[in-house]
Write a protein that binds this ligand. Sequence first.
Ligand SMILES: CC(C)(COP(=O)(O)OP(=O)(O)OC[C@H]1O[C@@H](n2cnc3c(N)ncnc32)[C@H](O)[C@@H]1OP(=O)(O)O)[C@@H](O)C(=O)NCCC(=O)NCCS
Length: 429
Amino acid sequence: MTAPIRPTTPTGELAAAPRRAALRAELEAIPRLSTGFVDAAEGERVVAWLDSGLRPGRPGRLVLEYPLLFAPGSEALPITVWSGARPVSFCMLWPARFALGGGTLRTALVSLVYTDPRDRGRGLARQAIARALREAKARELGLCLLWSDLDDFYASQGFTRAGDETLLVLDADVLARVRAGSDLGLDSGSGSREEPGAESSDSAPTRVERAGAADWPAIAALRARRRCHAVLPDEGAALAQIPGLDVRVARGAEGVVAFAMCGRGDDFGGVIHEWGGDAEAVLGCCAALLDDAGPGRGLLLLSPDEPSELGWRLRAAGAQRLANPLAWFELASLPALASDLETLAPSFSQAVRLEVAAASEAAAVGIELVARRTGARCRLSPPELVALLFSKPTESRAAAARARIGSIAPAAVLAELPLPLFVWGLESI
Ligand SMILES: CC(C)(COP(=O)(O)OP(=O)(O)OC[C@H]1O[C@@H](n2cnc3c(N)ncnc32)[C@H](O)[C@@H]1OP(=O)(O)O)[C@@H](O)C(=O)NCCC(=O)NCCS
C-alpha cells in the first residue's frame, strides 16, 4: 500500500500549517445554524452572549424577564447562527396557542432577534427568522407573530402588521371622573386601599393590594375567563419574579375579584398590559398603580379593540384612545391555519377552502380562496388574507379583501371575521 503523500521536510510542515489555518478560518466564516442547545453549558454560553448584547451590564436578566422561554421543559426553540464556535445571530421561537371563542389558534411567537454587532448586515438575522418560519410550519403553527419597530426589516421578509389593539390614556383627572360617575372612593391606607363602591356579593368592601405569590392561581383563573388568552404553562411562581412587574389585586370576602399589572422587564413601562375581573375592582387596581406612578404621571391601559365595561367607562370619562395594529404577522403554515379556522370561523370554513396559489416557498405566494359550492376562485396576497382574518373591516387591506371575495363568500360568513385575537402583556414575548 502506498503511503499518502505528505510533506516530510520541516519546510513542508511549516507551509501546510498556514494553509490549514486559512481553510479552518474559511470554514468558520460559513455561518452554521442550530436549533436547541446541545447541553446546558451551551445554552448558558449563548444566553450570556445575548444578555451582553441585549441587556448589557445585567447578566442573567433575560432569564428573569422571560421565564416562560427559559424554564426547564419550555417548548421555546432557540435558533442560533454560529461562526465557528461563536454565536453570531439568534432568535427564539415560542409556540403559543390562543384560546379564542370555541377554538384554538396555533401560533409561533418570535422574539430576542439579535445579531452580534461585528456580524451585522450579512443576512444572518434573516436566516434565523427564515428558519423560525420553517420550524413553525413543521410544528403546524399557522402564523408567526412578533413585535418590533424595525418596519423595513420585517416588511421586507413578508411580515405584515395586522390585528388591532387599543391604548387608553389614564390620568388622575380621568380616574377622578370615573370615580365621580361610579361613586368609587379610594382610601389610601398602609399599603392597601378600600373601595366602598366596589362590593362583592356579600357587600364586603374590596381591598386593593400588591399581589403575593399565593394570588397567582386566582389571577390565572381570571385571565382564563377573558375572550382571548394564550394558554400559559405553569403560570405563577416564575411570572411573579419578572423584574419591573407591578401587580395589584382587588380582594373581596371571597378572594381575588380583579387584577391589573404594569411593566414587565424592559417592556411595558407605564403600560397596564394585563387586567381582568370585575370592572369596578379593575379600576381600583388601576387607580393604585396610577397613584404609585407619581404625581402628574399617566399610564396607558392596553385593551382588545372590543366593547368592554371598563373601556366604556374610561371613554365616557374622557380617556383618550389610541388605536394600533396588534403585531407583525406572517403566514407559516396555511394547512394549520385553515384547520384552526374550522372551529374558529366554522361558517367561513364551510363556505371557502384555502389553497396555496402556487407550489412555492416564496413569501409572496398568493392564497386561493375557493368557494366550496361553486368552485369559484379568488386570489389574495398573504397580507390581505391576514388582514381579512384579524384586522377590523375598515382597515384598507381588510376592506379590499372583503370586497374582492364578496363574490365567493356571502356576507353572512364574513360576519365571523375578524377573529378576536388579542395578545396580553405577559404573552407577547
Ligand atoms: C436588527 C438586527 C437583528 C439585524 O441583524 P442583521 O443580521 O444585521 O440583519 P440582516 O443582515 O439579516 O439584515 C440586515 C437588514 O436589516 C436592516 N436593519 C438592521 N438593523 C436595523 C435597524 N435598527 N433598523 C432598521 N433596519 C435595520 C438593514 O438595513 C438590512 O437591510 P437590507 O438587507 O435591506 O440592507 C441587528 O441589527 C440587531 O441585533 N440589532 C439590535 C437588536 C434589535 O434591535 N433586535 C430586533 C428586535 S425585534
